[in-house]
Design a protein around this ligand. Structure first.
Ligand code: NCD
Length: 360
């Protein structure tokens, strides 16, 4: 991971107090005029919003099939500019957001490392973000630090130029837009079997440091009769904050380290990789945990409709030969990310009405 220049950090009065509040108490601060403004937490999305956004993503997808439709989409936001501030490695989140912007006609600027910005001169991330806000209408950030996007949104919301901030991943904490695309993918994969309600979902791998499974778990409260199976080595078990959330919302979950035993039971298997970049010494974590890999021999053990997901990047958790099976949904999943992110941006800028009107 990249080394950060020593920053001349100053205190932001009120931040610590705000950050320590319960998430539910803070959600209003990320709304404006009764609708979503900053996208920081998965807890910001309710069922109505999720259904609406999946529908909007479908509409954008239909329009984008034709040259004329693409032209109409590009004419929606050509007067808006977005900044992609991605100072933690990313392939899919970066590219899907960038292409979502292109689809809607936004212009995009990017910064993919603090080494090329004034942060090497000691500028604080807060001042850096404030500078972006001077030039663009939307900031999408990915950062190794938990709470980063939230702080940026909080800082900007107190300035005279608050622009929306979207959290594209904040350390091992949350990845709310990944959860959106995961929901969109699951709903699509379960299209012929009644959608996501009532389904059993296994999450496998590093559940402790994987932000995608954390954000997705939060969204499960929006679906009826969902049951979760957390499958991990003991040291990577899902953290207590998520488990308490599930208990509070009456979502049944089970924990196990016996992956094969749950394979025949579930409707979806969400694979993840070991997140060793968060280790003090990443090279010391060379263990690959083969009992938590999905192999071709397992294909005969799962339901005919079982969807296999992975936020990617993949290492060894899924054998490449599995890709050929129609139940391997991860390549479709990454593409879903572009459509749902386009839907999210269209919603933030309030142009969804024009999209729905096109298809009336
Ligand atoms: C995930 C992430 O960055 O948290 N990737 C992604 O955004 N598609 C998962 C991962 O890196 O393992």
């Amino acid at each position: 991971m990249e080394l950060y220049a020593e920053q001349t950090q100053q205190e932001f009065e009120g931040w610590e107090e705000f950050y320590s509040k319960l998430v539910d108490e803070k959600l209003d601060c990320f709304q404006s005029k009764g609708k979503l403004f900053d996208v920081i937490y998965a807890q910001q999305f309710d069922r109505e919003f999720l259904d609406y956004l999946c529908n909007l993503a479908d509409m954008i997808r239909v329009l984008a099939k034709t040259k004329m439709g693409q032209k109409k989409l590009r004419n929606l936001l050509p007067h808006k500019r977005a900044m992609l501030y991605f100072v933690q490695p990313s392939t899919r989140t970066f590219l899907s957001f960038q292409n979502a912007c292109y689809i809607l006609g936004l212009s995009v600027s990017e910064n993919r490392g603090t080494i090329t910005s004034s942060e090497v001169k000691g500028e604080s991330p807060e001042d850096t973000i404030r500078t972006f806000a001077s030039y663009v209408n939307l900031i999408i950030s990915r950062h190794p630090q938990a709470g980063f996007a939230e702080k940026m949104a909080w800082v900007l919301n107190q300035t005279e130029r608050p622009v929306p901030v979207i959290n594209g991943g904040s350390g091992p904490d949350q990845h709310p837009t990944q959860a959106l695309l995961d929901i969109y993918t699951l709903e699509k994969e379960f299209h012929d079997v009644g959608g996501l309600d009532g389904k059993k979902i296994a999450m496998v791998g590093d559940l402790k440091r994987g932000r995608t499974v954390r954000s997705l778990s939060y969204l499960m409260k929006n679906y009826k009769d969902v049951e979760l199976f957390f499958v991990s080595p003991d040291i990577f078990k899902m953290k207590d904050d998520i488990k308490s959330f599930l208990v509070k919302h009456g979502i049944p979950f089970h924990e196990t380290d016996d992956f094969e035993s749950i394979m025949p039971k579930v409707d979806a298997i969400y694979m993840t990789r070991i997140q060793n970049e968060y280790s003090e010494d990443p090279s010391s974590e060379a263990e690959t945990y083969p009992e938590f890999h999905f192999k071709t021999k397992h294909l005969s053990m799962i339901h005919p409709h079982c969807a296999i997901l992975h936020p990617l990047p993949r290492r060894y958790e899924i054998e490449v030969a599995v890709d050929k099976d129609p139940r391997a949904a991860y390549w479709r999943q990454e593409r879903c990310g572009m459509w749902i992110r386009a839907a999210l941006i269209a919603h933030i800028f309030g142009v969804e009405g024009e999209i729905f009107k096109e298809l009336e």
